[in-house]
Design a protein around this ligand. Structure first.
Ligand SMILES: [Zn+2]
Length: 166
């Protein structure tokens, strides 16, 4: 890309495809589905991002990385945080979910699968990303981040994280 010339939306999406999510480095912010929209005016790019979980501490990190990635291509970037509608794990592509599984994190299921009545709510077992067994149990609702729960597989004895569906 020639510096100073206005980038095309495809250029900008391509740059954003290289920005990893700090909490799930196997996924880009685009694959995660948090980039809502982009706007280009000359060499100024505005990126609209919806945080995964409100108050997710990674948001500032993502913002810095996005601005830095675009700046390295000579673009002035600004990140706008959009809270509505709220991000849902349904925005994550199937490819992204498969990458999560390959990385050892059980991907979120479709949010519609979750029961609507809280009292009846018993979480269905999360399939183990290593051996596929459903003989798993939740060790903690919170793993390394609030976005993930900590699970353990009783079949292969591997602990793993589950990206919770929201
Ligand atoms: Zn297992």
């Amino acid at each position: 890309m020639v510096a100073r010339s206005a980038p095309s939306p495809a250029d900008v999406w391509e740059i954003l495809e290289e920005v990893r999510d700090p909490e799930v480095p196997v996924l880009s912010v685009v694959e995660l589905g948090i980039v809502r929209d982009i706007a280009i005016e000359g060499d100024h790019v505005t990126v609209q991002i919806t945080p995964t979980y409100s108050g997710c501490p990674a948001m500032h990190e993502i913002e810095r990385t996005v601005v830095g990635a675009l700046a390295s291509r000579g673009l002035v970037a600004e990140v706008r945080t959009v809270f509505s509608p709220a991000w849902t794990t349904d925005w994550m592509s199937d490819v992204a979910k498969e990458k999560l599984r390959a990385y050892g994190i059980a991907p979120p299921g479709p949010t519609t699968e979750q029961p609507l009545v809280p009292l009846m709510r018993r979480a269905a077992p999360v399939p183990c990303p290593f051996c596929g067994s459903r003989e798993t149990e939740t060790r903690s609702e919170f793993g390394s981040t609030a976005c993930k729960s900590l699970q353990v597989c009783n079949a292969c004895r591997q602990p793993f994280e589950h990206f919770k569906a929201i």
